[in-house]
Ligand binder design. Structure first.
Ligand SMILES: NC(=O)c1ccc[n+]([C@@H]2O[C@H](COP(=O)([O-])OP(=O)(O)OC[C@H]3O[C@@H](n4cnc5c(N)ncnc54)[C@H](OP(=O)(O)O)[C@@H]3O)[C@@H](O)[C@H]2O)c1
Length: 235
């Protein structure tokens, strides 16, 4: 069955999600940019044109209010905008109050989420080897506003949760058009071990967001993309 969706934030990600939507049985009914959705005001039942799920890739300043407005309108959301997650509790509250649903992630790439699991398992092994220091590094295109990326912070947190409690040196670069590389390394006097995820384009994020849109339709509650990986519908 075709799923009617809205694209909130019709920039690089929003346009790619729209282009790939038919492959996932999604029909784009409405699109919003800064002009048409500024501070949530332009999002309404009429302007959403029957969309059941909104895919939100806008700006950190706009995302929390857009997501609260969408919850108030009874629309489930895929929240991809980064740099605002410290305000997630207020969005969760709106989702709970309106019995809607939200799936959020700083990184909707399936490969990057499996990379996170691999990093956590590796960090647990190196936790017991004090000869090794760790670093975490990422590079993204010059337009990316938040640094270090939400994904890099999450990788470092996953390492700590896995038992790696020594310091982890974090670094970020912004340059050119790079879609995103994250690297975790362990270094000793004897050797260096690196784990690296390189996105070839934004396509992996867009595909994951569309799989999440299909999954979240008709659900209630707040989910992090990593926790639903095993339940995603096949592309
Ligand atoms: N989670 C992930 O996997 C993932 C992957 C890639 C990117 N991202 C994040 O997704 C976000 C968007 O990235 P992008 O590369 O698509 O950025 P972008 O090309 O700059 O597009 C941003 C879009 O948001 C629109 N916008 C601004 N204010 C808005 C508002 N109040 N309501 C609705 N739309 C609004 C902009 O409209 P105008 O054109 O009118 O300004 C533009 O269409 C960023 O936070 C980025 O870090 C997340």
């Amino acid at each position: 069955m075709t799923l009617p969706i809205a694209i909130v934030g019709h920039g690089k990600m929003g346009r790619l999600i729209e282009a790939l939507a038919p492959e996932y049985g999604c029909e784009v009914r409405a699109r919003f940019t800064s002009g048409s959705a500024a501070r949530g005001a332009g999002l309404s039942s009429a302007s959403l044109k029957g969309a059941q799920v909104a895919v939100e890739f806008s700006t950190a300043a706009a995302a929390p209010e857009n997501l609260r407005t969408l919850a108030g309108l009874g629309v489930n959301s895929v929240a991809g905008t980064t740099g605002w997650f410290e305000r997630l509790p207020s969005v969760n509250e709106a989702v709970g109050k309106n019995n809607t649903a939200l799936v959020w992630s700083a990184n909707f790439s399936v490969g990057a989420n499996l990379f996170l699991q691999a990093v956590a398992q590796t960090a647990a092994l190196f936790a017991a080897q004090p000869a090794y220091d760790a670093w975490a590094w990422e590079i993204h295109h010059a337009q990316k506003k938040d640094a270090p990326s939400g994904t890099l912070k999450k990788l470092a947190e996953a390492m700590q949760r896995a038992g790696y409690t020594r310091p982890i040196a974090l670094a970020a670069n912004r340059a050119g058009a790079h879609p995103g590389t994250h690297e975790i390394g362990f270094d000793s006097a004897a050797d260096t071990i690196t784990l690296r995820h390189t996105a070839r384009s934004r396509e992996g994020f867009a595909r994951g967001a569309l799989q999440a849109a299909r999954w979240i339709a008709g659900k209630q509650g707040v989910y992090e993309f990593g926790e639903i990986l095993g339940q995603l519908p096949p592309p």
